[in-house]
Design a binder for this molecule. Structure first.
Ligand code: ATP
Length: 232
């Protein structure tokens, strides 16, 4: 795979269970120069650390509802700054944020001040039947956000994280009822996001039933645009 020759500032959009996490971790393995930030992971860490954001997040997340736009935006933007990702020519990837038009507008005005903008958005199109199955089989290692699937990518030792040996958990929102709510929420909010990034000329769609099909397409698209022979 080709090295990126220009900073990539990527937003991945997908339905719940649509594989954003899996695609990001595959991409990071091939391109260690990219840093990924997941709003869901940041929020689960706040819950684990019992912070005041965590206490606001717990019940909303458990019922599959979105958190207030400003709260999530502040959390992610603060992390982008803490990790120094807005300085210099850094490549990064956002997973799960922005998820509403209001969040996209908040981020846009903040990045504008820093003279860096999202320069690629990829929306993953995955059939509902596939994502439901994934949700039921998914286990996570909360501190790192590493994801396992009991069918496709089980941990080496059942119930334990491959890297740290710590226990895996089932996300409280990974059940059929809450999933329905998350999916409805997604369908409602994704339209205006598409429109926003479509107007900026950075939106791309990639379809497929599994990350094995989707990932090579993501990789090809990114390298075509940001690799040595990049279009931009
Ligand atoms: P996946 O299943 O691929 O992880 P998801 O969208 O269901 O996708 P997360 O991104 O981890 O899962 O989000 C889990 C929950 O965290 C959401 O249902 C919502 O309650 C909260 N959340 C995460 N990101 C945001 C955001 N940008 N705005 C508002 N709420 C968010």
């Amino acid at each position: 795979f080709a090295k990126l020759t220009r900073p990539l500032r990527l937003l991945l959009i997908a339905p719940p269970g649509g594989g954003k996490g899996t695609i990001s971790s595959k991409l990071l393995k091939q391109h260690p120069e990219i840093t990924s930030l997941s709003s869901g992971d940041l929020l689960r860490q706040e819950i684990k650390n019992q912070t005041s954001i965590g206490s606001q997040a717990t019940s909303l997340m458990q019922s599959g509802k979105l958190l207030p736009d400003q709260l999530v935006s502040d959390l992610v933007i603060k992390e982008l700054k803490t990790q120094n990702l807005l300085q210099g020519e850094k490549s990064w990837l956002l997973d799960g944020f922005p998820r509403t038009l209001a969040q996209a507008q908040i981020l846009d005005s903040d990045l504008y001040k820093e003279s860096s903008q999202i320069n690629m958005v990829i929306e993953l199109k995955v059939p509902h039947s596939v994502i439901l199955d994934r949700i039921e089989n998914r286990w996570v290692h909360i501190p790192s956000g590493r994801i396992y699937n009991l069918t496709y990518s089980p941990p080496k030792v059942p119930g334990l994280d491959d890297v740290t040996g710590e226990p895996l958990s089932k996300r409280p929102d990974d059940n059929v009822e809450v999933f329905k709510q998350r999916l409805e929420q997604y369908e409602k909010t994704v339209g205006p996001l598409r429109e926003f990034y479509g107007k900026q000329g950075v939106l791309n769609y990639i379809a497929g039933d599994s990350s094995d099909i989707i990932f090579p397409k993501v990789q090809k698209l990114i390298e075509e645009c940001f690799g040595p022979d990049g279009k931009y």
